[in-house]
Design a protein around this ligand. Structure first.
Ligand code: PEP
Ligand code: MN
Length: 364
């Protein structure tokens, strides 16, 4: 399903610069001095368009810093006056949205925890109805494309046109070196489903650690994100939230210097020919893969019939563990990504068990 909502391109409201949209600033605004000194340093870099700063902080567990509150909106106003840059903050309920509108904050975003709740999103949408603000929507905590799209639809339905999605990764369901699971697949699906929606990446919350923010940012540009939101603090070691993932403004500039911005495509004929050739090989290999899966499925049917004749269960856990071990061994030799092979065979096996139970339970 593709949805073409009435959404304006970034270029219609973003200051004109040669760089993709770059939002930087502290996770949380803590003191006026911290807020202004971080913003002043960031503003020296012409690639930064927007200063961010959380004033109401949704913390997963109570007891940690929950934001400075409404006074932070005044600091954002000062930042805008001094630097001339746009400013943005997170709104997590109707009251936040009202206050942010009253303070004339340029960009309001809905955080990952709030996007998870359609009630909260609707409540915020009702307050923002008909306003001219830029509104950004982070993905929900779980890779649920419908929830993410639903939030954007709710905001579009109240007349908002300057909408942007922010990809910040998903709560990890298995061990990863990142704080959040990148889940690029969901980003790709959102791109396909809402082709005119600008989408930026928040590598800070995906990475969770400074050392990984650069690689995630580069991946984001490689995959066609329209911009980045990166956390930056004048003194990260003293930050009251997300200390491990924030950069000093000067380290952030060094990180950005290293990023390569890719062009969307090229008209070069030689490039086009070569790419076409490689793609047709991929097409042929994918067909072969599916023919192999079909042959595999025929054998699964024979196994199911044999089990049924002998009144044996479809699922054989020991066999499954052995299978996974041998597949992972082969994957290692073929230099295939272990996680990918694991997920692939989980899917293949799940479908094989489905096929077997259906056949075994079918009345003759
Ligand atoms: C944030 O941007 O500081 C934040 C809390 O992010 P998220 O909603 O992505 O967790
Ligand atoms: Mn943060």
């Amino acid at each position: 399903m593709t949805l073409e909502l009435d959404i304006l391109p970034l270029s219609s409201w973003m200051p004109e610069t040669p760089y993709p949209l770059l939002i930087a600033g502290p996770c949380s605004l803590e003191t006026e001095e911290q807020a202004l000194s971080t913003a002043r340093e960031l503003a020296k870099d012409p690639r930064v368009h927007v200063i961010r700063g959380g004033v109401w902080k949704p913390r997963t567990r109570p007891g940690s810093f929950e934001g400075i509150g409404s006074i932070g909106l005044e600091w954002l106003q000062k930042i805008r006056t001094e630097t001339g840059l746009m400013v943005g903050t997170e709104v997590a309920n109707a009251q936040h949205a009202e206050e942010a509108l009253k303070a004339d904050i340029d960009i309001l975003w809905i955080g990952a925890r709030s996007t998870t709740s359609p009630f909260v999103v609707q409540e915020i949408a009702d307050v923002l109805k008909g306003c001219d603000k830029v509104v950004m929507v982070k993905n929900p905590m779980t890779p649920d494309l419908s929830l993410w799209m639903g939030a954007i639809e709710r905001l579009s339905a109240v007349g908002l046109k300057k909408l942007v999605a922010i990809h910040r990764g998903f709560s990890p369901y298995q061990e990863t070196k990142y704080r959040n699971y990148p889940g690029w697949k969901t980003y790709i699906e959102l791109r396909r489903s809402m082709p005119n929606l600008p989408i930026i990446c928040d590598p800070s919350h995906i990475a969770g650690k400074r050392e990984f923010v650069g690689e995630i940012s580069q991946k984001a540009f490689d995959m066609g994100f329209d911009g980045l939101m990166i956390e930056s603090h004048i003194d990260p070691s003293c930050a009251l939230s997300d200390a491990a993932q924030q950069f000093t403004p000067s380290d952030l500039a060094k990180l950005i210097d290293k990023l390569v911005i890719r062009q969307q495509n090229t008209d070069d004929a030689e490039y086009g020919n070569k790419l076409d050739q490689l793609r047709s090989r991929i097409d042929a290999l994918d067909t072969e893969l599916m023919e192999l899966l079909s042959a595999r499925s025929e054998i699964v049917t024979q196994i199911a019939q044999y089990k049924k004749a002998n009144n044996v269960m479809a699922l054989q856990i020991n066999r499954w563990s052995q299978m996974m071990n041998t597949r992972l061994g082969v994957a290692g030799k073929l230099q295939l990504n272990e996680t990918f092979i694991k997920i692939l065979f989980q899917l293949i096996h799940e479908d094989s068990v489905r096929q077997q139970t259906e056949l075994i339970d079918k009345e003759d």
